[in-house]
Design a protein around this ligand. Structure first.
Ligand code: SF4
Ligand code: SF4
Length: 353
């Protein structure tokens, strides 16, 4: 049976986001999607927001919190983020808290309390994939906002990836990446050193004017792949990527089982034009308007987002972000294990609905 995915078209398609995605927009899709959850007035909502220093997530986070507070209720609800294994500065909980404070999300009596869900030593030692970060205990329902962006091993970072990767402790994030082994395509490498600058694990050296990855140090995070303007770094083989995607889907199922009242998942397709790049060229992304999708089926929401993206890129997503990966194994596994349905129907929603 197909799952409903609520769809709201935004205008214009790209930045600046702040006036484009308002609490009213978010409340409209949240309200529409919420009917699919068992969450009652006593539910404790955990709101996953991105408080990265820049980008779509940070711009929309305050609007999501405002909309969720008025739409979802739940007196003990809270918003949260988790540390990153890849992005310099976002591996430090104090910087996440500072960013949340600047956005009016931390220390604001009008907003639900904000926490870094894996702040306690990143929950090191307790980091099994499939178990949410310790700071999420007590929540019974989940609201996740995921601004679509490229992901080196998935094609895009959707809701399932957010559940399986983004909500688990740092040690679990690292464990999930273990099957991915990036390698440098030596003829393509210009020896510029950009990949060295972003590697938090000091796994890259320049030898004879070319980059070299030491797999004893490499975590498989993929940050170097995003940094290489020549698209000169890719996983050694597709098998590792497939295993990674399946492990993320399994982890997402484990995480979700800890929220008995279910969840509401929102995906934003906005500001994507900056990702339309390939080696040495930029192409227009034919996304006429920004999109906001929501539903209670994380697989259906992801499939709808992916289909819209493929349509906008005329089926050639390599021109969007320069990677050849797609979330096929992730969504297939997610469907197989009952996380949701890849069969969906779009239901149009207006901000006044
Ligand atoms: S970023 Fe790319 S081109 Fe530059 S050193 Fe690294 S692999 Fe080579
Ligand atoms: S070399 Fe490995 S650890 Fe370093 S950025 Fe690349 S994938 Fe991550």
């Amino acid at each position: 049976m197909s799952s409903p995915v609520y769809h709201l078209a935004l205008n214009p398609a790209s930045h600046p986001l702040a006036p484009v995605v308002t609490p009213r927009h978010l409340a409209a899709v949240l309200q529409a999607a919420r009917g699919g959850t068992s969450a009652g007035a006593a539910a404790v909502w955990a709101l996953k927001i991105g408080v990265a220093p820049s980008g779509a997530a940070a711009l929309v986070a305050p609007a999501l919190v405002a909309a969720a507070s008025s739409t979802l209720g739940g007196s003990r609800s809270f918003s949260f983020d988790t540390v990153s294994i890849t992005t310099r500065g976002l591996e430090d909980p104090s910087l996440l808290r500072e960013q949340a404070r600047r956005q009016g999300l931390d220390g604001n009596p009008e907003a639900p309390p904000f926490k870094v869900a894996d702040a306690e030593e990143f929950n090191e030692g307790a980091g099994e994939p499939g178990a949410p970060a310790r700071g999420l205990s007590g929540a019974t329902a989940l609201a996740v906002l995921d601004p679509v962006r490229p992901h080196p091993h998935l094609g895009f970072g959707g809701v399932v990836a957010e559940l399986g990767l983004g909500l688990v402790p740092r040690a679990a994030k690292l464990a999930l990446h273990r099957d991915v082994r990036p390698a440098v395509d030596t003829p393509l490498c210009a020896g510029c050193g950009s990949c060295l600058d972003v590697c938090l694990f000091d796994a890259i050296r320049i030898r004879a004017g070319r980059a070299f990855i030491d797999h004893r140090e490499c975590t498989g995070c993929g940050e170097c792949m995003s940094a290489c303007f020549m698209a000169g770094i890719a996983p050694e083989d597709d098998a590792g990527v497939g295993l990674f995607q399946q492990a993320v889907a399994d982890s997402a199922a484990g995480v979700l089982s800890c929220f008995p009242d279910g969840g509401v998942y929102l995906v934003l397709l906005v500001g994507l034009d900056r990702y339309v790049a390939g080696p040495g060229k930029r192409l227009p992304l034919a996304l006429d308007r920004g999109r906001l999708l929501a539903g209670t089926d994380p697989v259906a929401v992801d499939q709808a987002a992916w289909d819209l993206l493929e349509e906008a890129c005329s089926g050639n997503l390599r021109n969007w972000h320069g990677y050849r990966q797609r979330p096929e194994a992730l969504l297939a596994r997610a469907g197989e294990i009952g996380l949701g349905s890849r069969d969906y129907r779009l239901v149009e929603v207006g901000p006044e609905s």
